[in-house]
Design a protein around this ligand. Sequence first.
Ligand code: ADP
Ligand code: MG
Ligand code: ZN
Length: 603
Amino acid sequence: MENIQKALAKYWGYDGFLPSQRQAMECINRRQDSIVVLPTGGGKSLCFQAPAVVMPGLTIVVSPLISLMKDQVDALTECGVAAARIDSSLLPEEQNSVMTQIQNKTLKLLYLAPERLVSDSFLRILRRAELSFIAVDEAHCVSMWGHDFRPEYRQLGILKKVFAGVTIGAYTATATEKVRADIGEQLYLQDPEMIIGSFDRPNLVYKVRQRTDKIKQVCDVLDRHKGESGIIYCIRRKDVEAVCAELSSKGYNTAPYHAGMMAERRKNNQDDFIKEKVDTIVATIAFGMGIDKSNLRYVIHTGMPKSLEHYQQESGRAGRDGLEAECCLFYSAGDYGIWKSLMRDMEPEAYKIALVKLNQMYSYCTGGVCRHKAILRYFGQDLEKDDCAACDICLGQLDCVENSLETAQKILSCILRLGERFGGSYTASVLVGSRDKRITQNEHDTLSTYSLLNDYSQRTVHDWIEQLVGQDYVEKTGEYNVLKVTEKGWHVLRGKQSPRLLKPARRPAKVSKIARDSWEGVDRGLFEALRRLRSTIASQKRVPAYVVFGDRTLREMARRRPSTSEGLLETRGVGEKKLQQYGEAVLAAIRDYCLANSLEMDV
Ligand code: ADP
Ligand code: MG
Ligand code: ZN
């Protein structure tokens, strides 16, 4: 482990481990098979890369996508690690050069797609190479129970036979029990150690709002992140085109991405995004897998995803560098209906499961529970603290109405007076005293609960009904989502339990603590100057910007403002290779900026 720590400092410029990394590396050291489940951004790659560097021989990394392999190999090469990939996009001479490196045993890591690894010709070559370890990345692809099953991954079962003595590690962000067990079985792992990290992502600030004015709500988020990278997810392709067009016309630097576009245009847009020529990608969920861009500062959903698994995956693409990032979800009751109608043709069994997941997603949106807690609970984990300090609820951006209990009782009584035969929209109209023709025709304007909440808008009351549904006080039944009071709801009517009804924020929003900390002492102007330098270097070298330096590293440079190589080397994310390549340019940029702005250096 000592050697590994030295390598971390030397090649990556890191001074320690992220949670579970050490444990995962120790397994490799003592040659024990392992299954490592860490959330997106949890630092899975380093778990096998760092041991690979210090062990004698070659580590094979199995990965499902060319873009993922390319990203990691580029990043490793930048750090000065001997890594390569073989895939269909390589020219014959490039491929030959990698083969030579394998034969000469100069390579530490080799990235391959599963079908290539298990091909006879390749197995023959690798039998002659000295293998230190096999890492199966995105290992959930092996399982039909995962969300991204790939038949090629099934063939990896032969590895334990062909390379009997070689340890295997499987890495994934997919947490369900079934998938985990399946990975072990399919790969014939021997008594694998399960390493399951916390699924909490404390640096993500979750916010959920009803969708009222989509473009305005999206622009508000974008305006908080000028010039920074992020994704806007839409449910349908036509929404992608519409949102993207409107944002462009307002001067935002966006590009669309969905499966219906010409492959070339899609790829160009993706490349422009990775190279930071485009700030914001507007996309369907077709976008994301294979994007390891670590400095996404926001992920916006303009519609509700169909499950919390999806939401966790998509929002999880933000803030992989551990710095604060915002995940904003704008939903409407209509999204529920859209998904339900899209699911209509499913097999009955699958439909039932999908509907449960959809309902859980909806409860997340409308419920008044801490977002971090709610997501963790869904994955069977618990949040230790009561205040996450990083969600709209805990930050007090949405506060509760003072008389929640009384208001809830009015709503519940109205549902009962209506004979539990009407939906949310109608019930809300009755409560606010609407003169709607349907209501007068039904003579519901004569009910004692008519107009009981006439101080509020129909929208607000409808929201509260959704919140009561989210907290299980009311349920929606049948095709028309007719409201019924649940047993829990009866406790409220008897005054034994009080629901949480939210009102929209009025007081100014608190800044999250993580945001304050990580910008503490950072000179924003210098940060911008370093970002420009990074972008120039990246386009010269034709690598993504974050491969050169992460945002965290730039912030630290702009905070400490080192004047010497030694000082620069102390910065997290700067190893010897990077110092040698960019040290001079970075030090010059810092010096120029500090002189011009009379700023103190070596803070
Ligand atoms: P995953 O594959 O689990 O989604 P990655 O391997 O892509 O995550 O790592 C996510 C981010 O964490 C990367 O930006 C990486 O540089 C950073 N990281 C990983 N390990 C460390 C560490 N020990 N110290 C600091 N940053 C780290
Ligand atoms: Mg990964
Ligand atoms: Zn919270």
